[in-house]
Write a protein that binds this ligand. Sequence first.
Ligand code: FES
Length: 187
Amino acid sequence: MKPGEKKEGESAEEVSRRKFFTMMGLGVGWGGMVAALGGVGAGALRYMIPSVLYEPPTIFKIGTPDNYGIGVDTKLKKERQIWVVRNERGIYVLVSICRHLGCTPNWFGDQQLFRCPCHGSIYDTRGNVVGGPAPRTLWRAAISIDPVDGQIVVNFSTRQDPDPKGTAEGLMVEEMSREVEPYFLKV
Ligand code: FES
């Protein structure tokens, strides 16, 4: 029987009420279906458009070598997580991430040491571990000179990570074995 059809003994008012509820039911059904399809469509769209994660670039320039004098330069620690170190032979870049559990150590110029505030690891200027629980020496990042503008280019994700030797002074790596390209610039 169609919604508007009259049953035997039914008044016109009853017919119109039945018609109304039938139409309401159809409306809810279609509405639900449209909403469900909309949800599926939105999910599919989200899947097709990858969410973008904005991370700092891992290759960046830090100025020319003459910007860095002998010693530890801390000015890029916050922005780039590095210390730039110059010794009598050249420049290297230490990554300022503790090798214990990843905290950020601090540089103490008066002691010539990096000290980690989390569990007390201590590193010397070469990145050797001279105290605390760190199991490895600080990473050194790969560096090169841009041939066009002469700036130092740091490749933060390419890192030197030699096996240290346990000694009476701590976990050490022979320095000359670290002062090699691309982790050291003779400038
Ligand atoms: S994270 Fe540096 S000592 Fe634990």
